[in-house]
Design a protein around this ligand. Structure first.
Ligand code: DQA
Length: 147
């Protein structure tokens, strides 16, 4: 199984960025832990972070028939990007939306997502563990007999 992990703008700043909201772990640490989990689950995990909307869209388009599942933390593009939504609809690859923080406990503008209604599921407020739960869930969805 092939799983793509996408992180959007400012998530390269994890560890430095508002640690009370987003935690102390860096994205490199989070991705390394996820790579270990992926190896244990015998899945291939490809990780990309970009601050640029078009790079995320390009990565989604290039995933067509190349990836089985997407785990995405779109950062602020969650709340703005019809283009990311359209890209995910275009390739029809199932995905889970992850947020480190509980977006529903924050500003009103974070409480709408352009992706949630087309996601398999949404995980928020559980910090970096959310990515691990998403990876577990992705594998369960793709290999239901192993549940
Ligand atoms: C975030 C929540 C978004 O509202 C914010 O713009 C981010 C990070 C999260 O992981 O909690 O950049 O996606």
């Amino acid at each position: 199984l092939r799983i793509l992990l996408l992180n959007g703008p400012n998530l390269n700043m994890l560890g430095i960025r508002e640690p009370a909201t987003y935690g102390a772990a860096t994205l490199a640490q989070i991705v390394a832990d996820l790579q270990q989990q992926a190896a244990e689950l015998n899945v291939t995990l490809t990780a990309l972070q970009s601050n640029a909307e078009h790079q995320l869209i390009d990565a989604i388009q290039q995933s067509y028939q190349q990836q089985d599942f997407i785990i995405i933390n779109p950062g602020a593009f969650t709340h703005t990007s019809i283009a990311l939504r359209d890209a995910l609809l275009s390739v029809a690859i199932p995905f889970i939306e992850v947020h480190l923080s509980n977006v529903h406990a924050r500003e009103a503008f974070r409480q709408h997502s352009y992706l949630s209604d087309i996601a398999k599921g949404v995980i928020c407020g559980l910090g970096a563990r959310g990515y691990h739960y998403a990876l577990d869930a992705a594998v369960s969805l793709l290999r239901p007999h192993n549940q």
